[in-house]
Design a protein around this ligand. Sequence first.
Ligand code: P6P
Length: 356
Amino acid sequence: MSTEKNYREQVKHRVTTLNEFIIERQNEFPYAKGELSRLLSHIGLAAKIVNREVNKAGLVDILGEIGAVNVQGESVKKLDVFADEKFINALQASSECCGIASEENKDIVIFDTEVAKKGKYIVTMDPLDGSSNIDVNVSIGTVFSIYRRISQTGHKAELQDFLQEGTRQVAAGYILYGSSTVLVYTTGRGVNGFTLDPSIGEFCLSHPNMKVPDSGQFYSINEGNYVHFPLGVKRYIKYCQVYDKQTNRPYSTRYIGSLVADFHRNMLKGGIFIYPAIEGYPNGKLRLLYECNPIAFLIEQAGGKASDGMDKRIMDIIPTSLHQRVPFFIGSRSMVETAETFMREAEEEEKNKKSI
Ligand code: P6P
């Protein structure tokens, strides 16, 4: 075989790194001049830095709570703060981002340098979601969305840049720090996953063109809240548990308490994740801007569905505040639609009872 042919044969089996993939796909965007590519590459760099600390959290003095609480009223663990700082530093260094909204910061974080003010993008993120799992060594994740700013370039970012509906996302993704570290993202042309190869320090393409199965065997919900669930959710859970050969029921329940980990499993295997409105969380627990919208973008690109359980597509909701919560039904399309049917029928019944 000629050298040229031999080389081509080798190249065909070569891994594709995240940065190579981003550059290759950059040409799909007529307006792209590399800004979005640079932003995504910097997110990938920050993910590697956070991954290094997550992997040794038990060994260094970064574990445990620092006593502070974040805007959610949740105790902040040191790794949350570390991750927030690393992603903020990386996004500012990209010079493409003019500001961020993060779970760890009550207000928007504006990058007030002349270079950053020229940035065309803003990022919403949960730097370390599922942090209650850090000190028990259970998978945790980072979630992010990227939007083009609305406010005038060359000036400071404004709140309006962050209160855009999910359909205006230009990119979204997550990093799962689990048995391996996986970065999954979309720019609206499909979903691709990359696994970190620690031996070369690169995210390598491992899950090209991800598609969620139209149905699955898993339902993910915190059944500790059962008594507070809406009637439709209670009925759907019972539906999941009843034997039915045709629809492969009963399903299995899988709930880690870490959104990215629960979502990633359902994305690969098929399934549904539900966090409905409950007592204590009348609008659900999960945050629209940096948990629900990015994950909803990914599931829709992978062929699934994300709604509030009634008639509202998550990505159509117009945000009114940075840390707004919404009920979240997401996963395989047929499973979400079945859950929505139970919700709608229960809603109708309760309305009819009230009208008697
Ligand atoms: P609960 C983690 O705090 C989180 O925001 C998500 O990662 C997770 O899905 C959810 O909350 C778990 O909430 O009430 O079941 O512990």
